[in-house]
Design a protein around this ligand. Structure first.
Ligand SMILES: Nc1ncnc2c1ncn2[C@@H]1O[C@H](COP(=O)(O)OP(=O)(O)OP(=O)(O)O)[C@@H](O)[C@H]1O
Ligand SMILES: [Mg+2]
Length: 243
């Protein structure tokens, strides 16, 4: 196989006595955008939480740069270079934009290259520099999402996991966020992207996995899945009807 940064192998995850993920396997090749798509409740966030160490798989294993991850604490997983931008962004509302960015760089490796990372975040999102002294809680939804991604960049991660970055944004901002994700990837970032915005996601994803009620039911190149009749009917068509 090519250079796999992350390998999830046959994991089962349960909340108490309810099983949520069933024999889930997924691979993220270095330097690519990998999408995980699926309906509400499919288990997408659960998978990210398991990779981050917030949940433990009952079966299976997770390897990062070839080494086991599933027995590490969340903090050690961050130190290994995995940053999870959770659903709902979780910024510190009463701190300024710059203070939030600084918090992203708290791990040792990131502190030494702080100025360089800050420049990278500001280059990607100039609005963050313009508003660096503004309280994060007063930013617009789109700006808050940019700050959440900017804060992730500050940690100089090897893998960035984004949980529904386009949620709640206007169509124009959704387009902007997808363009930023693509730019971030062109700058060599490896990205695991969770989305319900399947059409746009498959356009930028090198590889995509479809999760349905806790199981991976399909995978392939983004453009292949986009052209797949079954996917169009089950997910994209459904979305069009809802709007
Ligand atoms: N802490 C928890 N305790 C019990 N069940 C949970 C918990 N968190 C999630 N679940 C259940 O696990 C299933 C998968 O949830 P998850 O949040 O992973 O879905 P998702 O694919 O991210 O959905 P969405 O698109 O709505 O964010 C759902 O049925 C959910 O109710
Ligand atoms: Mg979710």
């Amino acid at each position: 196989m090519a250079n796999q940064l992350l390998e999830v192998k046959n994991i089962d995850v349960w909340y108490g006595d309810v099983q949520v993920l069933r024999e889930v396997s997924l691979q993220v090749e270095e330097g690519t955008i990998v999408a995980l798509v699926g309906a509400n409740g499919a288990g997408k966030t659960t998978l990210l939480k398991t990779i981050s160490g917030l949940l433990q798989p009952r079966k299976g294993e997770i390897l990062f740069t070839g080494k086991p991850l599933h027995n590490l604490k969340p903090q050690d997983i961050v130190d290994r270079g995995i940053i999870h931008v959770p659903e709902g962004r979780r910024l510190f509302a009463s701190l300024t934009v710059l203070e939030n960015l600084k918090l992203g760089a708290y791990i040792k490796r990131a502190r030494t290259n702080f100025d360089q990372s800050l420049k990278r975040a500001y280059d990607l999102f100039p609005v963050l520099e313009e508003r660096k002294n503004q309280k994060a809680g007063t930013l617009s939804g789109g700006e808050q999402q940019m700050l959440a991604i900017g804060r992730a960049i500050m940690a100089q991660p090897k893998l960035i996991m984004l949980d529904e970055p386009s949620l709640g944004l206007s169509p124009i901002l959704v387009k902007t966020i997808f363009e930023f994700i693509r730019t971030l990837n062109e700058q060599k970032a490896t990205i695991l992207l969770i989305e319900q915005n399947i059409n746009q996601t498959l356009k930028i994803a090198h590889q995509a996995f479809v999760l349905k009620i806790g199981k991976i039911v399909m995978s392939g190149r983004g453009d292949e899945l986009l052209a797949n009749e079954e996917i169009r009917k089950a997910y994209i068509g459904e979305r069009v009807r809802k709007q």
